[in-house]
Design a protein around this ligand. Structure first.
Ligand code: PHE
Length: 346
């Protein structure tokens, strides 16, 4: 084939391609033109390329140069038509279009409940004071909740009106004198008994968890709340150590400017007993009870109270949490309102 004929057919092809691509109106038509001109198997460009072999070799450089120009020009015309039709090409055809510049939808991340955060924090502080974390069941028998804690049968703390006794498969419900009666534990002091039953002395533990009392909910009461129980039993544990531990704890958790006060009190399972208060907003706020383990408790567990002594304390976790986060109504903690809870990001 002569050079002239070759260039004529290239120019004819380019003119044809431009004309049809300029007037294309749908993506389907565009796709048909793409196949017709630049299709890999039988496109027009391919066909012209094959003719190059029949051109005299001296003319080939000119022919090749022109071929490249025409091929690129047709490709540009295809690209321009693609953009003009919405940039879709055949794959996206007429389906929904996406705008990659729009901001995405952020997944909402959860966070720990303020009480959980508080519990973790308290474990951390007490851990540094050498206390190991233990756990006990929330469903208890009267032995662990009362009897072993030196709370006699006629004690008002065992009143069915002040406890959540359970209707169990075992038997009766409302006779608190029954040793087999089961209840939702009313205090974490149950764990003192469970640990001394099973762990060798000396021991130094804390236990954090829920307790239940049928109190009408108000700003400072809720029928379920959390306590942190502490127990240290060794050969010569003293009241002075109890006071130092609680003071150290209070300053670590509430800040070094906190004032702590101990008031004489009574608990059946400690002797002597104190109530522990801290100063907040112009008031003394009680945050728990404490004392030296009563010899009767050791005796119930077969522990020699001449050889061993110990202290125990039980602190209200919600009160500590509320004080730290500035929460004034305990019920807010248990409404499961994420708008409220989200304020206390961990
Ligand atoms: N269990 C007591 C309460 O719930 C608190 C306490 C614990 C007191 C340990 C003394 C020792 O009120």
């Amino acid at each position: 084939m002569s050079l002239k004929n070759f260039i004529d057919s290239l120019d004819g092809l380019l003119g044809e391609a431009k004309q049809s691509l300029d007037s294309v109106t749908s993506n389907d038509q565009l796709e048909a033109l793409r196949v017709r001109f630049v299709g890999a198997k039988s496109g027009a460009i391919k066909a012209v390329q094959k003719l190059m072999g029949s051109i005299e070799s001296e003319h080939r450089p000119v022919a090749g140069k022109r071929f490249n120009e025409v091929r690129d020009a047709i490709q540009s015309a295809l690209d321009a038509a693609t953009v003009r039709l919405g940039g879709g090409g055949s794959q996206l055809s007429d389906g929904p279009q996406i705008d990659p510049t729009l901001p995405g939808i952020r997944p909402t991340l959860g966070q720990l409940h303020p009480i959980t955060q508080t519990i973790e924090h308290l474990k951390d502080i007490m851990g540094r004071l050498g206390f190991n974390v233990t756990e006990g069941p929330e469903i208890e028998d009267t032995w662990h909740n009362f009897v072993a804690l030196n709370i006699p049968e006629d004690h008002p703390a065992r009143d069915p009106l002040d406890n959540f006794y359970l209707a169990t498969a075992k038997k009766q419900v409302h006779n608190p004198a029954d040793r087999d009666a089961m209840l939702l534990r009313s205090q974490t002091s149950t764990v003192q008994i469970r640990v001394m039953e099973t762990q060798p002395l000396p021991l130094r533990i804390i236990s954090l968890g829920r307790v239940y009392r049928p109190d009408a909910p108000d700003a400072t009461h809720f029928p379920m709340f959390n306590q942190m129980e502490g127990l240290w039993v060794d050969n010569h544990v003293t009241m002075a150590q109890l006071k130092s531990v609680l003071r150290l704890f209070a300053t670590s958790y509430l800040g070094s400017d906190v004032h702590v006060r101990f008031r004489p009190s009574f608990f059946p399972f400690t002797e002597p007993s104190v109530e522990v208060d801290y100063w907040w907003n112009g008031n003394w706020v009680e945050f728990g009870g404490a004392g030296m383990v009563d010899p009767n408790v050791f005796q119930a567990l077969g522990i020699d109270s001449e050889e061993w002594s110990g202290f125990a304390f039980g602190l209200g976790v919600e009160r500590l949490c509320m004080r730290r986060f500035g929460i004034v109504d305990i019920r807010d903690l248990y409404r499961s309102d994420v708008r409220f809870l989200r304020q206390f990001a961990s």
